[in-house]
Design a protein around this ligand. Sequence first.
Ligand SMILES: Cc1cc2nc3c(=O)[nH]c(=O)nc-3n(C[C@H](O)[C@H](O)[C@H](O)COP(=O)(O)OP(=O)(O)OC[C@H]3O[C@@H](n4cnc5c(N)ncnc54)[C@H](O)[C@@H]3O)c2cc1C
Length: 415
Amino acid sequence: MKYSLFSLIRNGLSHHERWPRAWRSPELKGSYDVVIVGGGGHGLATAYYLAKEHAVTSVAVLEKGYVGGGNTGRNTEIVRSNYLWDDAARLYEFSLKLWQDLSRELNFNLMYSKRGLLSLGHSLQEMRDIARRVNANRLNGIDSELLSAEEVREMVPILNTSPGARYPVLGASLQRRGGTARHDAVAWGLARAADGLGVDVVQQCEVTGFRRENGRVVGVDTTKGYVAAKRVGVVTAGSSGVLASMAGFRLPIESHPLQAWVSEPVKPTLDAVVMSNAVHAYVSQTDRGELLAGAGIDSYNGYGQRGSFSVPEHAISSLVELFPIFSRLRMMRQWAGIVDTCPDACPIIGATPVDGLYFNCGWGTGGYKATPGSGWVFAYTLATGRPHRLNAPFSLDRFRTGRLIDEHGAAGVAH
Ligand SMILES: Cc1cc2nc3c(=O)[nH]c(=O)nc-3n(C[C@H](O)[C@H](O)[C@H](O)COP(=O)(O)OP(=O)(O)OC[C@H]3O[C@@H](n4cnc5c(N)ncnc54)[C@H](O)[C@@H]3O)c2cc1C
């Protein structure tokens, strides 16, 4: 929807009255070609690319709550592609390329900010691992640089780089195209664009079961009734195990809380994303001025979106060691999402033991950055019934063949 200067002024003065809905609130139909379970960024991107790239418009996105109310609206917005192994690097780089043009494509400002992303090294061994990843990235055509301690200091002067620091900074990797993008905007922009192409985005509609005939999925039971579907794609981060058990099989994933928090807002003080894998903490500054920080997963399994106190306690004390200037900031808000983690820290995107039923899950702590790429490849798979070469390595079958893609080192924070 394009806004003229006149409509901008009128809406600006209207006290938000009579604004058009960004997307419809359609009644659930009796059948669709494709039903997507989960209205987070990945599910919405899948629907958008199904309609846009494959002209499949008989599509419903069924969301049990509201769009973007899951991990899409709970994450720390970090976008990057500097993964170690070729298969993962290709997928995340494909996604990063899609991010670059997505605001224009959706006509929705996603606030993608290429502010640069630093991963700090605190020991000689860590610097060797970082150098290895930088070299691997470059071989894959991904921008990645190895910075000395002096270069890190120049880029982030508020970081404690003194040799006597508790976490001495020996250097860092830098991906300049890495940064952040506004997570709510991603969900809203994709929902509006998918809706505009004819997709039904149905909120408050929980999928409660799958129906099968002769081993093939034929539809889903929902809190709004039964819906028939030729193919079903499940994109329910945090609940993938629950949905798989409804369909009668198990996934090699665990569900854990992952926490984040923001400080009170302050003036611009940090213009890069800074991560420290060794201490499992990372921080960036939002456009509102808050310091947005996160940590590794809570180690217990669970579905409560809270997390335990010890995780932020450890991460905040580490961040204050790294950034003494933050020590007097007050924390404004804390929250958690539930992330599904795979044993090799990579997602599962593709077919399941049930014909016609496909899963896209297991993104762990890092699926937000992959939102457009994940949706693109999953749409390809749902439209054609086979994997694209970018998601072929991420089949569920790899846990049987043993062809794992171990991305724990590049996954950022522990999981
Ligand atoms: C605190 C935190 C910080 C993070 N930080 C980052 C980061 O900086 N960078 C990054 O790349 N990734 C990050 N992540 C991970 C990232 O948020 C996720 O990998 C990604 O958002 C997953 O998107 P999704 O669309 O698959 O899931 P979601 O957005 O969770 O969407 C799944 C949807 O499925 C719905 N659903 C579940 N069950 C049903 C059902 N039975 N019927 C219908 N609907 C159902 C849920 O309500 C939910 O809306 C973070 C995650 C958390 C929790």
